[in-house]
Design a protein around this ligand. Sequence first.
Ligand code: URA
Length: 248
Amino acid sequence: MPHRLTPSAMYASLHSYLDELVESGVEGLPLADLELKALAPQALDGADGACQEGTPQTLAEIRTQLGDCQRCDLAATRTKLVFGAGNPQARLMFVGEAPGGDEDRRGEPFVGEAGAILNRIIGAMGLKREQVYICSVLKCRLPANRHPHRDEIERCVPFLTQQIRVIGPELIVALGTIAAQTLLQSKEPISQLRGQFHSYHGIPVMPTFHPSFLLHHHENKGLFWEVWDDMVQVLTRLNLPVPEKKRK
Ligand code: URA
């Protein structure tokens, strides 16, 4: 009888085989292409078999598939999973890194200090939070705000992929290094990526500084203006009016 693998098991097996080859010094394999496919909107399976029940058609169905997610170690330390919030038909989507302490307690994205800055950015753009969709690459808090591990991103990203596919935004703002590098399959720092449009499977992506970074460097007003310049490009691309701001 032929040995049949599910698509997700096949993907996991192929991925680990390619990882082994690369680690043993083999060069020139199309690993980047493979990773890109894991991020493609039509990809249904996480490496662990996430989203196997079928293609979700709504955000509620994606949330149901996530369930009481135990796919990585972050489940043990989270209080609430933070799925995302906002307009399910948003033209504009903001993608952050991972929930912080306030978000973990409330189960809502960007409701802490970084959220207050994101609200200011959205307000300055002449928009309301309810008009856009906000979520993060990781749906669970990172203990002690450490950097995410690669396997945590790989297990969570299929759900972000599905959120993007279901919402179908015209434009994505990637907030900070992790969101930008994950969506764009890049290793470039955010300072290099920001300020120009990239593409996530045809959807324009504007990387910009994470609100937490602005918070930690609040004395550097130049950073705020750089973010504003990025948002001006976003508004212009969406054919939305650009509110005038005076630089002192
Ligand atoms: N930072 C993020 O990247 N996401 C949140 O939801 C909150 C803070």
